[in-house]
Design a protein. Structure first.
Length: 237
């Protein structure tokens, strides 16, 4: 997955005037863009919206959508597939496999999805908006799979503090390699230089989560695992 990221730290100025005095209040955020290539021919990309804008409607933030392309959202047990066919129905540009109308899906940072480029050539999408610097979700256990992504558009090792996944022994992270999944099982202390093994307990290098990349996280524990990211230090390095 090729991404090009330009993040511009900007101070958004807002003047707040009270009856007693004029006071300027500064609020900080990070805005910018991310270019992401969706391979065609056709092909699947496991992606996420790395930035949040004024809308999270799929057909507003994925401007490279072409008729026949699909977005697949995980509902906890299976995928719901939204196919882009504008002009068939009023109020939505998406249909199911039987061409019944489906509501427009929303795509927010931290929410992963499969994008299927059904065209013969690559499509490049330019995501624009603001960074989400902190957020919390619950990764269901018992065990269970969650299709997720980093809320902050930052590339880092999966077990780094920047990603801050709540790994416990036996939990897995599955990364899409273009045709299937590479499964990394978390077992720290077995090998030097890595905390991950494959299904035969051979050492695997610590996986890196790229900007705009989604992944499956399998919580193998009996209880839920809370996942909190807080990368606010980016504003004050």
């Amino acid at each position: 997955m090729r991404t090009k990221t330009l993040l511009v730290a900007a101070a958004a100025l807002a003047a707040a005037i009270t009856s007693s005095q004029a006071q300027t209040v500064y609020s900080q955020n990070i805005v910018g863009y991310v270019n992401q290539v969706f391979t065609g021919n056709p092909s699947y990309t496991l992606a996420t919206a790395p930035l949040t804008g004024t809308t999270n409607a799929a057909d507003q933030i994925i401007t490279c959508l072409q008729p026949g392309d699909t977005i697949s959202l995980w509902n906890g047990t299976t995928f719901v597939v939204y196919t882009y066919f504008p002009g068939i129905y009023t109020g939505t540009n998406f249909v199911d496999g039987s061409f019944n109308a489906l509501p427009t899906p929303t795509l927010a940072p931290g929410q992963a999805f499969f994008y299927q480029n059904e065209q013969g050539s690559n499509e490049t999408n330019t995501w624009t908006g603001s960074c989400v610097l902190s957020n919390s979700v619950v990764l269901t256990g018992n065990p269970s799979y969650s299709l997720v992504a980093s809320f902050t558009p930052i590339a880092a090792l999966a077990d780094s503090t920047n990603i801050n996944l709540p790994f416990q022994a036996g939990d897995t992270i599955s990364l899409w390699n273009g045709t299937g999944f590479t499964v990394y099982t978390y077992f720290p202390g077995i090998y030097t230089g890595t905390n991950f093994v494959d299904g035969s307990f051979n050492a695997l290098p610590d996986p890196t989560i790229q900007v705009g990349q989604g992944f499956f996280y399998q919580n193998q524990q009996g209880a839920n695992e809370p996942w909190t990211q807080n990368n606010s230090y980016i504003l004050n390095p």
